[in-house]
Design a binder for this molecule. Sequence first.
Ligand code: AMP
Length: 420
Amino acid sequence: MSTFKAPKGTYDLLPPRSATFLAVREAISTPLRNSGYGYVETPGFEDVKLFSRGVGESTDIVSKEMYTLTTKGGEELALRPEGTASVLRAALQGNLHKLGNLPVKLWYSGSYYRYERAQAGRYRHFSQVGAEAIGAEDPALDAELIILADQAYRSLGLRNFRILLNSLGDKECRPVYREALQDFLRGLDLDEDTLRRAEINPLRVLDDKRESVQKQLVGAPLLRDYLCDACKAYHEEVRALVSAAGVVFEDDDKLVRGLDYYTRTTFEFVHDGLGSQSAVGGGGRYDGLSEMIGGPALPSVGWALGVDRTVLALEAEGVELDLPTATSVFAVAIGEEARRTLFGKVTELRRAGIAADFSFGGKGLKGSMKDANRSGARLAVVAGERDLAEGVVQLKDMETGEQRAVALDDLLDAVRAELA
Ligand code: AMP
């Protein structure tokens, strides 16, 4: 072991488990790529103000969890704690919203950083695949995103997840509710921190996980009762479209989420096998975010699904993904001349698109066959001096153990036939 370890709250993705992560990223992005979402990639760090303005000064993400730094040139940067603000910034900077076709639909995949209290399922470096549909106010768009996330999880074989859905209202009705909630909270027996939060961001108090707080919240005014007619109608349409797609969800009045930019539709995907870090993904509408970061009015909706927690959810459900083995053919060479010849053959197989690997390190037959076994290859190609003298190699089926001589020149065709 080296003197160094991965920093606290982080971990390395190593084979074979890392293959599951790749497969999860692929499975989440497939329905998006199939639905008009284009790939976007943004820098790992941004101007810190993008997040303090966008995500919200009073949120835990900005006030406690951001990795900030001052460069030698004096710029104030932050490692990105989430994807939405960056993607919207990039779309505005690239003028994608002016090219005519709204909504601009984008998907992304990457690393995010939050200085969190590290625990199972909660890391300081984690990975998300996300989607944003920018510049349209259309309940079908909100429904599309919820349906696509459901499709992604189902395609992985996940079953024990639930979809929680809520509406947070808009700039007309939310302030009225906010005030009513504040009045209610001021009358409770809350600690100083929570009281302060009630003044800055009262909706977040609803999210408090402590039982002592939740008990007092019984009877709190519900946003549902304060939604304006436009928000109510919008939300009903989202619910109807999601239901019509056969996607089951639960209405959750208390779902507020930890980012300030959400308006109207908010949703979360929770998995019941994950303990306290049960959210595998979440998102919602953010109609005001563009203006908050200096852009034009661009009502938008999006989600981010956590790759780490999705992998944990698969493990919790005991789902084994059907991953293709990385290597189809493994070449075992005995002796110098055979090494040269078979190394050439491996290159030929690879150029023909066949996944092939080679017994490196100058091992003997026994050690090399062990490598062949471990690789999971369907076929082994074995050759020593005597085979080469006859112009053949031995082609071995690793499942049945059967072995036959194949002329060197016919190897590619023989391998193709066996793998077909
Ligand atoms: P959020 O941006 O907080 O809504 O997060 C969206 C999703 O990203 C969550 O549902 C999690 O799956 C994942 N996520 C957020 N924070 C973390 C973290 N610290 N560690 C692992 N996954 C996370």
